[in-house]
Design a protein around this ligand. Structure first.
Ligand code: HEM
Length: 413
């Protein structure tokens, strides 16, 4: 429970007491080996993927993302799926979405209340959801409204309850599993309708959104994704890209509000079109407050980790949060200093998006979105801290969220 309520305090406390390797016993996961040693982390991320199985470690997410999700597969199947899913997320392709993301950010940020403390996370969630609906699903208007409502309902607090394997039973009307599966069926129904409609669109091949591209994607032998594959991948993209990006943005507001000098430099950067500094602000936020504070692997066979014989099947946790607080990697690691990202940082020392062959598919989209939304916010609002204390970190579903929703006091410029 402490890991959910105070992940930073709990993990840092254990790290200080036990060092870079320790074992936790977590109710729903069993024993978990925590590995905070940078060298061992590298080995797990870029080493033999049949030994460090990400799909096996992510199985608790199955009800939310579906059995064919990229999150849950390993080996050749994962490599095959990933090759078909990646093209819409290439940096060059994503440049074509800049105008859309700017318009989405401007619309949602214009609704922010001013002159009083406001939790910014809901507004950032609205941005992240609209980006997914337009760019990933390729829908707008009434279709987007229906899908938005259904996706948000499915992803409510029940999402945490049904992660507990013993809650995945239908105990009758009103039981969490019945409610969750009804909501998921609604999402499935809307997605099936959209896929059928999209296949008939005469401009399908010219369309820019992920769904249209996945409907037409094939490998060298002409083999494509099934409708179930596509449905599960789209739900994976929502699951992976919605709370994470929104939370990253809410943390950026919280961190900027409490670091006035950085805030001033960031405002000047927004007004002068210095995108590099805004990108650095987003990166530094993801360093000090990584929305996914850990990633996991399950061992494919017995293995010696740092001198300990670890049995096949054991889950290994890579605590991104701890890696980012290492003094031997980052000077004054708790300080919020975007400048450190103006120079080159070793990609395996900065892991908000993981690393190696499982690195986040949407990393570039998320960074672009954060940069654009921050620019919009800083150009139109002054930001003041709400209170003197840093906002506490806690876990919602699997995301590291600000306890009060990234609160700040804003004034329209
Ligand atoms: C700030 C926002 C985001 C953060 C912090 C984040 C973080 C991560 C992390 C830590 C992983 C696991 C990597 C590993 O196991 O090594 C991951 C995987 C993934 N992310 Fe993201 N993500 C973000 C946004 C997005 C977006 C916007 C999308 C797409 C719309 C996305 C799609 C995915 C997918 C599909 C995977 C699975 C990759 C695989 O298993 O091969 N993410 N993300």
């Amino acid at each position: 429970m402490r890991l959910l309520d105070d992940p930073n305090g709990f993990l840092v406390g254990a790290w200080r007491q036990y060092g870079d390797l320790f074992r936790l016993r977590i109710q729903i996961m069993g024993d978990v080996m925590v590995v905070a040693d940078p060298q061992l982390i590298r080995e797990m991320l870029v080493g033999d993927q049949s030994l460090f199985l990400a799909g096996q470690a992510n199985q608790l997410g199955e009800p939310m993302v579906g059995a064919r999700s990229l999150f849950l597969t390993d080996g050749d199947d994962h490599v095959w799926q990933r090759r078909l899913i990646l093209p819409p997320f290439h940096a060059r392709k994503l440049q074509s979405y800049v105008k859309q993301i700017e318009a989405i950010s401007a619309k949602n940020l214009a609704a922010l209340p001013t002159g009083k403390a406001v939790a910014t996370r809901p507004y950032m969630q609205a941005i992240a959801m609209d980006v997914i609906l337009e760019i990933v699903f390729g829908v707008r208007g009434a279709v987007a409204d229906r899908l938005r409502e259904a996706l948000i309902a499915m992803r409510g607090p029940l999402g945490t309850i049904i992660m507990l394997p013993w809650m995945r039973q239908d105990f009758g009307p009103g039981s969490p599993w019945r409610i969750f599966t009804n909501r998921r069926n609604r999402v499935y129904e809307l997605m099936a309708e959209e896929m059928a409609a999209r296949r008939k669109e005469p401009d399908l091949a010219e369309r820019n959104d992920t769904l249209s591209m996945l409907l037409l994607a094939t490998d060298e032998e002409g083999r494509g994704l099934s409708d179930i594959d596509i449905r599960d991948q789209l739900l994976t993209l929502v699951t992976a890209g919605y709370e994470t990006t929104a939370t990253g943005l809410a943390w950026a507001v919280e961190r900027l509000s409490r670091n006035p000098e950085v805030l001033e430099t960031a405002r000047a950067a927004a007004l002068n079109g210095d995108d590099a500094y805004l990108a650095a602000c987003a990166r530094e936020t993801l360093r000090v407050r990584p929305p996914l504070y850990h990633i996991a692997r399950r061992l494919g066979h017995d293995y010696n980790i740092g001198g300990y014989e670890v049995p096949a099947g054991l889950a290994v946790m890579i605590p991104i949060l701890l890696l980012h607080q290492r003094e031997d990697i980052y000077d004054s690691p708790l300080a919020f200093r975007p400048e450190r990202f103006l120079a080159r940082v070793d990609p395996l020392d900065w892991l908000p998006f993981g690393g190696g062959p499982r690195r986040c598919v949407g990393a570039y989209l998320a960074e672009l979105e954060m940069q654009i939304a921050l620019k919009e916010l800083l150009t139109h609002y002054t930001i003041h801290p709400a209170g003197t204390k840093d906002e506490h970190m806690k876990v919602f579903h699997v995301t590291l969220v600000p306890k009060h929703g990234g609160v700040a006091v804003l004034e329209r410029i």
